[in-house]
Design a protein around this ligand. Structure first.
Ligand code: SF4
Length: 580
């Protein structure tokens, strides 16, 4: 190899992204290949330092797919926190009142499900992969999709490392590697940067509703013994989002007196000043919620976007040489607020199509399309089909949406109007221009440092780190838009919708500029999704950068917090932030 020649790594099947979908897919593929006496070399690349550290903790998991993947294990052997043992649904009023729903319909119930830390679950799956001989490469991020002469996907190029903020090579420079694969499986999570390119290049959403997202912002708290039992699940509607904004709150009880509180905000709201982080803080001002937290301590914070569009927003799942799985492909049931079991199932179904491809020695769409056939005859298809009009039903408000969802349970998913398919919409196009009449929802919100926290303090608790001497991974395609147009039309909503204070309008000598504190980024992708001009492009940072959601880090974070002081620490981070 000459000095400038790029290193190539040939592999049979490459999974891009080490989340639950890829890990389940790789395990199933490995076993199915062995069963069929086919030798398939499998690798997974993950942008985080370790599997699980970018997986946001605290979820209710339907164990159906884990049971399929590990039929020999009982659910007690899975790394769950607790079985769901109490399920509540409340409508909250800002006055402090709360109204319980008399019962939770079967289609929305969490009966038989488990509370899990997604970080723990993915790490456990990662260990299973390694025990079975699957290679996992961390931290490696996909930078570019490779195509062969026939325009078939031929693998990916990993990002260069050791490049400074001006694009110059540092002494530790390492050129990215071309990982050439017969099949590349994109399981990058929501709004994957390579997946986005693939969908656009092959127009994979042509026959689908536009994908629409929500962002979940959550905090983990240590609360006194007896405050919440492991296995307690409550979902809330009403305060603070009200009728016009899609979404709701949740509280889960985990082991060791850890409480998980969060709020999902639909990324199709109209008020450009909506701030999902602030909405979570407002939720915590409700007296019922305050009661849970009043003697507790904030441990961890994070945010993640969710593909909420449902069944009709699933793109075409295959192209020559590649498949889409998990959140990247929109496998999430918004009605149940669950996607982990569907993501894992999609990985397994993709694995079965890949085995067919190796049997036929055909890696084109012709054989890879079996993935869709298998999906069509699976329980995952039936589950998603029944919830197909869920999010779209909220177009006319939460009350209408809930009524539509309730009716859908008895009409096989149709809902009001008995329409098979409600049309979808692009969430960012719902944003209205800012006017004097735009409501300031946060004028009375105070960050008391006990129950409510400013973004800087919360971001500190996500243990997010990026090497600051690198090219920022947030690309503004047309920076002139920011002050020429966006400020006037929408009031620079990026400073509000980003839950990590990445976008900051800084005043300097009577001029304003947009400062991008990219080192704060928790990789939720909200900016890439919700920018009204679609001018923000999120790409993977240099490997290892990002949040660190491991439960073990909670203790470290707690200790460090006590030693340093959260606000001070985040100011140190921000002071080195790059600007644009
Ligand atoms: Fe999320 Fe974008 Fe903010 Fe990063 S910069 S935390 S991806 S909204």
């Amino acid at each position: 190899m000459t000095q400038n020649q790029r290193e190539e790594l040939p592999i049979d099947v490459l999974f891009v992204g080490g989340g639950a979908a890829s890990l389940a897919g790789a395990l199933h593929l490995n076993r199915q290949a062995k069963k069929n006496n086919i030798d398939i070399e499998i690798a997974i690349i993950e942008k985080a330092n370790e599997i699980g550290s970018h997986s946001l903790s605290g979820a209710v998991v339907d164990p159906i797919t884990l049971k399929e993947l590990f039929p020999e294990l009982r659910p007690e052997s899975f790394p769950f926190e607790a079985p769901v043992n109490a399920e509540k649904m409340y409508f909250l009023h800002k006055s402090g009142a709360k109204f319980g729903f008399p019962y939770i319909p079967k289609g929305m119930s969490h009966h038989g499900c488990y509370i899990a830390s997604l970080g723990k679950l993915t790490r456990w799956l990662g260990q299973k992969c390694e025990e079975e001989g699957i290679d996992i490469f961390c931290p490696f991020s996909g930078d570019e999709i490779l195509y062969d002469e026939n325009n078939s996907v031929a693998g990916i190029r990993t990002g260069d490392r050791g490049v400074d903020k001006n694009g110059a090579k540092k002494p530790n420079f390492e050129q990215g590697v071309d990982i050439k694969a017969k099949v590349t499986v994109f399981g990058e999570g929501t709004r994957g940067s390579l997946t986005k390119q693939l969908i656009s290049k092959f127009n994979l959403m042509k026959d689908s509703n536009p994908q629409v997202w929500a962002v979940g912002v959550k905090e983990l708290w240590k609360v006194p013994e007896g405050t919440i039992e492991p296995g307690y699940v409550a979902h809330t509607l009403g305060h603070p989002l009200g009728n016009k904004i899609f979404g709701g709150g949740f509280i889960y009880g985990m082991q060791n007196n850890i409480l998980d509180i969060g709020l999902v905000t639909g990324l199709d709201y109209s008020n450009p000043t909506i701030d999902p982080h602030h909405e979570l803080q407002l939720l915590k001002t409700h007296s019922w919620i305050k009661n849970f937290l009043k003697d507790g301590e904030l441990l961890s914070y994070g945010a993640k976007s969710l593909p909420e569009g449902g069944f009709y927003s699933i793109p075409k799942l295959y192209v020559n040489g590649a498949l889409l799985i998990g959140d990247s492909a929109g496998f999430l049931n918004g009605m149940r607020l669950k996607g982990i079991h569907l993501a894992m199932k999609s990985g397994m179904l993709a694995a079965e199509a890949i085995v067919d491809a190796f049997k036929n020695e055909d890696f084109s769409e012709k054989t890879l399309s079996n993935y869709f056939k298998y999906f069509k005859s699976s329980w995952a298809y039936k589950e998603l089909y029944k919830a197909r009009n869920f999010h779209q039903g909220f177009k006319n408000g939460a009350l209408f949406g809930m009524a539509n969802a309730g009716l859908a349970l008895y009409t096989g998913g149709r809902g009001f109007g008995f329409i098979d398919k409600l049309e979808g919409h692009h969430g960012h196009l719902e944003m209205q221009k800012i006017t004097d009449k735009t409501q300031n929802r946060y004028k009375d919100l105070k960050f008391d440092g006990k129950i409510t926290f400013d973004k800087a303090t919360d971001v500190y608790h996500s243990a997010t780190k990026h090497d600051e001497d690198q090219v920022p991974h947030l690309k503004i395609i047309d920076p002139d838009l920011c002050f020429d147009k966006c400020k006037e039309e929408y009031g620079n909503p990026c400073q509000h919708f980003c839950p990590a204070s990445v976008y900051e309008i800084v005043k300097e000598e009577n001029k304003e500029r947009l400062q991008i504190n990219f080192s704060n980024c928790v990789h939720c992708k909200t900016c890439d999704i919700m920018d009204p001009y679609q001018t923000i492009n999120w790409v993977t940072p240099e490997g290892a950068g990002g949040p660190n959601y491991y439960p073990e880090n909670i203790a470290a974070c707690e200790k460090e917090l006590k030693n340093i002081g959260a606000t001070q620490a985040i100011m140190v981070d921000c002071s080195h932030a790059n600007s644009n």
